[in-house]
Ligand binder design. Structure first.
Ligand code: HEM
Length: 438
């Protein structure tokens, strides 16, 4: 489908074969993400990983992130931070046992804490958890909404200086809040001469900054450090929280499947232990449940839209340089040619045909993390965190739906596909004796 919006041509790709031609066969041409007026403001001019065009800047930023945080060795080394984040969350949920809780909100704060610990060594504790956490979430929600609102400045760049919808000025206010937080964290570390006790990402970046390449220019500017922080915190929180919320929704709608997932966890973990990441590779059914959720409810339903870097011809159609290409995962991942009963929640399909569960960008009917060189850079962390937290939620609690709540799957499309009505569920502790272990 092709739409002309102002000066911008938008093309929606809804078949796996075309997605492959774009994301694999022409990966180099389509390796730029579409940069919105809001992303430029929020990401310090677009010098981050998500919005840098394919080139040396993008390679530098992505390399730092992947090497420092996403290698197996780095992820193993900071397992204690994930453990602490998940345990804090369980304690918090225990304290609300019997009352309805907003699952996505709970998950958001947990993921935020884990990522903040990985990035600068300090989670939100005590009062901060109740003040900064919700404010952070409110602002991320606003960012996602602003970025999902069609902006005249993007379609008629000549009108951008007038900011007719006020989107840019709202984004600048949000940037200010984040920027002050980043400045204060960085200044705090510099006060101790960059000698934090943890070997976290901030520590590494400050050290890297002082390894000057030509004796005068730091390898990394302060804006680059802040843009990296922004990418990580924004890309990790809403996506992971929303995916856990959809997975819990589908399990609550299918109690037999939730029972099967819990039985598997009990068999692997036992009732006298708490879930550890070492248990995760054995949780095959839970893995299938997560994949089936990502198939039916792709968290980033159109990927991050791409721009071709030059005019090109795809399947006989000319695609001009700079067009906005959306890959419609929602449609592709429900294609009846490949998925039997495509609208049904059937995790068992991935047990029968495990090859269809490859989400590393090679099977073009299932691309929840994208494909090619711009594939999600946080995939290794996302898959560990989601499985770990879901296993823990099922192992520690029974979940009930408040009587007045209808469990629905209405979707709200945007950059991140949220539930129209947030999932509210009541936790009932299962393993009373284990409560103290958290
Ligand atoms: C369930 C969780 C997540 C989902 C579904 C998800 C999905 C995606 C998708 C679809 C893209 C665009 C890929 C493309 O254009 O082909 C992306 C990009 C990205 N994601 Fe994720 N993501 C998740 C979690 C995370 C986490 C936890 C982090 C970081 C800690 C992260 C960091 C990034 C970054 C930095 C990019 C930009 C990569 C680039 O442009 O080179 N994501 N993600």
């Amino acid at each position: 489908m092709r739409l002309q919006l102002g000066r911008k041509i938008c093309i929606v790709i809804s078949s796996a074969s075309l997605a492959k031609i774009i994301l694999k066969d022409n990966d180099a041409i389509f390796a730029n993400h579409d940069v919105l007026a809001t992303s430029k403001i929020l990401l310090y001019g677009g010098i981050d990983i998500v919005f840098s065009p394919n080139g040396p800047q993008w390679r530098k930023m992505r390399k730092i992130f992947v090497h420092q945080l996403m290698s197996n060795a780095s992820l193993d080394a900071c397992y204690a931070l994930r453990q602490q984040g998940v345990r804090e969350m369980v304690k918090d949920v225990h304290s609300k046992a019997g009352s309805p809780i907003d699952i996505s909100e709970q998950m958001f704060i947990m993921v935020l804490n884990i990522t903040m610990s990985m990035v600068w060594g300090a989670p939100l504790l005590g009062e901060e958890r109740n003040s900064i956490g919700p404010e952070f979430r409110r602002l991320v929600k606003e960012v996602v909404e602003l970025a999902s609102t069609p902006n005249i400045s993007d379609f008629f760049p000549v009108l951008a200086p007038f900011d007719l919808q006020g989107i840019e000025s709202k984004t600048k206010k949000i940037l200010l809040w984040f920027d002050q937080m980043f400045e204060s964290v960085i200044a705090g570390r510099m006060k101790v001469n960059g000698k934090g006790k943890n070997k976290d990402l901030l520590q590494f970046l400050l050290e890297l900054r002082h390894q000057e390449d030509d004796g005068s220019t730091p390898c990394l500017s302060m804006d680059e450090i802040k843009a990296l922080f922004m990418d990580i915190l924004l890309a990790a929180t809403d996506t992971s929280a929303t995916t856990v919320e959809w997975t819990m929704t589908e399990m609550l709608r299918h109690p037999a499947k939730m029972r099967r997932a819990r039985e598997e966890i009990e068999e692997v973990v036992g009732n006298q232990n708490i879930v550890e990441e070492s248990h995760l590779p054995k949780l095959i059914y839970l893995d299938a449940v997560i994949k089936e959720t990502l198939r039916l409810h792709p968290t980033v339903p159109f990927l991050v839209p791409r721009n071709p870097s030059k005019d090109c011809c795809i399947a006989g159609y000319t695609i001009p340089q700079g067009s906005k290409i959306l890959i419609n995962l929602w449609k592709i991942q429900r294609d009846p040619e490949v998925w039997e009963n495509p609208l049904e929640f059937e995790p068992e399909r991935f047990l029968k045909e495990p090859e269809k569960g490859d989400y590393h960008g090679n099977f073009f009917y299932f691309l929840p993390f994208g494909s090619g060189r711009r594939i999600c850079a946080g995939l290794p962390l996302a898959e560990r965190m989601m499985k770990y937290v879901l296993a823990t939620l099922l192992h520690s609690f029974e979940w009930e739906i408040p009587i007045e709540v209808e469990l629905d799957v209405s979707e709200r499309f945007g950059i991140v596909m949220k539930k129209m009505n947030p999932l509210v569920a009541i936790p009932i502790p299962r393993l009373a004796t284990l409560g103290q272990s958290y």
